[in-house]
Write a protein that binds this ligand. Structure first.
Ligand code: 5GP
Length: 114
């Protein structure tokens, strides 16, 4: 299977504004930000979406969430608040088939999402 855009970013083959990376995850700024702070955090492992995870992915997903919170703190969002979004499948608007969490903050957000 060919690499997704996010796999290429994680592998250093496409440029991105990386804000955090380690052996398991990479976090980088969204190219089309929907909030003053909009960062995507992805596993290096090519998992399609949240609907595709298996029990063996639990440590990786736990790590991803812990690092998302660290990134949010690094972005200065801890006090004002932030949102984590995973779009999974067509109705949710999933556009890139490589699991990614959106870290959004810096403005007031509505609920429910549109
Ligand atoms: P989805 O709709 O799949 O949850 O979100 C995909 C996100 O990836 C969108 O917010 C879009 O702006 C972002 N995106 C798409 N292509 C690129 C890219 O090449 N670089 C970066 N940094 N973000 C991208």
């Amino acid at each position: 299977m060919s690499k997704t855009i996010f796999q290429k970013i994680a592998d250093g083959e496409l440029p991105a504004q990386i804000v955090y990376q380690d052996e398991w995850v990479v976090a980088f700024r969204d190219i089309n930000p929907q909030a003053p702070s909009h960062v995507l955090i992805v596993p290096r492992k090519p998992i399609r979406n949240l609907a595709s995870v298996t029990p063996e992915d639990a440590p990786l997903l736990g790590h991803l969430m812990v690092k998302a919170a660290e990134v949010a703190r690094q972005l200065g969002l801890a006090e004002s608040g932030w949102r984590m979004v995973f779009n999974s499948g067509p109705n949710a608007g999933e556009a890139v088939p490589h699991l990614h969490g959106h870290i959004l903050g810096g403005r007031k957000m509505g609920w429910p999402p549109g």
